[in-house]
Design a protein around this ligand. Structure first.
Ligand code: NAP
Ligand code: GDD
Length: 364
């Protein structure tokens, strides 16, 4: 891929993970603010720029082209150093990661290479090149693990939400790699005076969410079931609870963290938690259908109220060796210091996903 450095008075950003869910929305947001956006893209045997094709144009003939892609990988430090020197970004958003929790149990070493050491490589590229870049690290609510469940196991009335001061107890190779990334970001801030911040983001979803994450897996399947294209959806732990927000609002929070006088770490969350089961129920309600449940454990099944047809089954291969049962975030600090507030309700979020998948099915 070609690249070029435009001479411009606007800010320049470099995004790792630009081809992912968050990277694509962030690139759009930054373009809207007048940024020149550079992105790191992994070489792939097939096209992997589907989420950004509408904004990316590396054709030098096009005068308004402000997105530039560069081959690279978080496992390759020489490449990161070269990109730093060439692009000299004002802001770096490190969103690139092996981001699937269950997959991290299958590829733990690779996950550590990319998610933990990859973050170090980026920070060190800033230090070594001396480029004055601000750095955003995509930290995660997975860092907390089951802190909330343990805190409240003796008394449900003590349920609290998780904030920047809550201790972490990660419980997957993914979360443990991200814990290293969280702390190395803080260490480089303190040791070298870098503007480096952690966004501790709770789950956020959109029609661009990867299809193997639970929300998108449900919205696609429910749209297919309700249009007669699929019979049954198999899932794992239906009672896991997540604090699910809407991605475009969350990337705005990332940008706000990078505009402060002093770097700091922030939780972005909605402050509401819902179970996978509720997500299923709400998805079927979009079509005016109710679900009822019979059986328990891996024998549990969900049926359509109207036809008594079985539509949800359990498959034990989707259970995790150690799962995070309950996430609920407290975004008070982001509200106060970033003036950030999510506006999309759970019901609206489910509607956005199911509606988009229904449209995809109808147009395919
Ligand atoms: P995603 O859709 O899975 O995107 C991940 C991105 O990272 C993709 O562009 C992927 O490239 C890229 N990538 C993977 N391995 C790489 C490597 N070795 N070198 C360079 N790039 C690599 O994830 P997302 O939902 O947008 O999340 C963005 C970041 O936020 C991730 O770091 C994730 O862990 C973190 N996070 C996400 C959430 C959430 O709810 N979405 C919450 C908290 C934190 P390909 O397109 O080539 O695969
Ligand atoms: N993926 C998946 N597939 N999850 C399922 C399934 C299934 O068939 N059935 C139940 N679940 C449960 C999982 O066990 C988990 O408790 C919950 O649904 C959410 O799973 P995911 O959607 O895969 O997301 P995640 O919470 O593990 O991780 C996402 O959010 C993190 C922030 O908390 C990812 O985006 C991470 O990168 C991110 O850090």
């Amino acid at each position: 891929m070609t690249s070029k450095n435009n001479i411009s008075t606007s800010k320049t950003a470099l995004i790792s993970g630009i081809t992912g869910q968050d990277g694509s929305y962030l690139a759009e947001l930054l373009l809207g603010k007048g940024y020149i956006v550079h992105g790191i893209v992994r070489r792939s045997s097939s096209f992997n720029t589907g989420r950004i094709d509408h904004i990316y144009n590396n054709n030098p003939e096009l005068k308004d082209s402000r997105v530039f892609l560069h081959y690279g990988d978080l496992t390759d430090s020489s490449n990161l150093n070269r990109l730093m020197e060439k692009i000299q970004p004002d802001e770096i958003y490190n969103l690139g990661a092996q981001s699937h929790v269950q997959v991290s149990f299958e590829v733990p070493e690779y996950t550590a290479e990319v998610d933990a050491v990859g973050t170090l490589r980026f920070l060190d590229a800033i230090r070594e090149t001396g480029v004055k870049s601000r750095f955003y690290q995509a930290s995660t609510s997975e860092l907390y693990g089951n802190t909330l469940v343990r805190q409240n196991s003796h008394n449900a009335s003590l349920i609290k939400s998780l904030n920047e001061d809550t201790p972490f107890r990660p419980s997957s190779p993914y979360a443990i790699a991200k814990l290293y990334a969280y702390w190395i970001t803080i260490n480089y801030r303190e040791a070298y005076g870098l503007y480096a911040c952690n966004g501790i983001l709770f789950n956020h979803e959109s029609p661009r969410r990867g299809e193997t994450f639970v929300t998108r897996k449900i919205s696609i399947a429910v749209a297919r079931i309700m249009t007669g294209k699929q019979d049954v959806l198999h899932l794992g732990n239906l009672d896991a609870r997540r604090d699910w927000g809407y991605t475009p609002e969350f990337v705005d929070g990332m940008w706000r963290m990078m505009q402060l006088d002093e770097p700091d770490d922030f939780v972005l969350a909605t402050g509401e938690s819902h179970s996978v089961r509720e997500f299923i129920t709400e998805s079927f309600r979009f079509f005016g259908e109710e679900i009822y449940w019979e059986g328990s454990g891996i024998a549990e099944k969900g049926y359509l109220q109207s036809t008594k047809k079985m539509v949800i089954g359990i498959d034990k291969s989707y259970f995790r060796l150690t799962d995070v049962e309950f996430l609920l975030g407290d975004p008070s600090k982001a509200k106060e210091k970033l003036n950030w507030q999510p506006n999309t309700s759970f019901k609206e979020l489910v509607k956005i996903l199911v509606e988009a998948d229904l449209a995809l099915i109808k147009n395919s």
